[in-house]
Design a protein around this ligand. Sequence first.
Ligand code: SF4
Length: 189
Amino acid sequence: TDAAEISPKDIDQLARTSFPLCMRHMLEKLRENHHLKHGGRMQFGLFLKGAGLKLEDAVTFWRSEFSQKVGSERFDKEYAYGIRHNYGKEGKRTDYTPYSCQKIISATPGVDDHHGCPYRHFGEENLRAALNNMGVSGNALEGILDKVKNRHYQLACTMTFEATHGVSCDTGINHPNQYFSESQKVLQA
Ligand code: SF4
């Protein structure tokens, strides 16, 4: 997490260049279904907060999708609270921290859930397709799938970072917001 700010209009572009697969997947599902279940709203919402999305912009962003599904009145009544809660503006006023890879990998997403870590929770076919979508193929792709088979999910994610950014990532990926900020560093260099 860093001091940079992101704006709702930049999210799709940033997802293509700098979001790890777990967050790309949730954005895609949110755009497709105009909805994410609680686990997804937490994992993705806190990631966006960590990436620099301000509270007001977060409400705008989530409302623009959810209102297409449940209407803006119901959004304001049932969902806006949860977003403000994530920013520490409601309830216990805790400032919630974005989830680490370890926490995301150990989640147990149900059938209609889209949170979790794709390296851990996708079947091989879906993972192949998702990585192809990121432009990863050939030896790089096989190497990543090999790490997944050996349950080295963060290593698989690190190799995806390296394949898509053309640099080595010696520290390894251990947090989605670290993936994001390392990516921004590479792209802005
Ligand atoms: Fe997301 Fe971490 Fe899994 Fe990468 S290893 S997809 S950053 S949870």
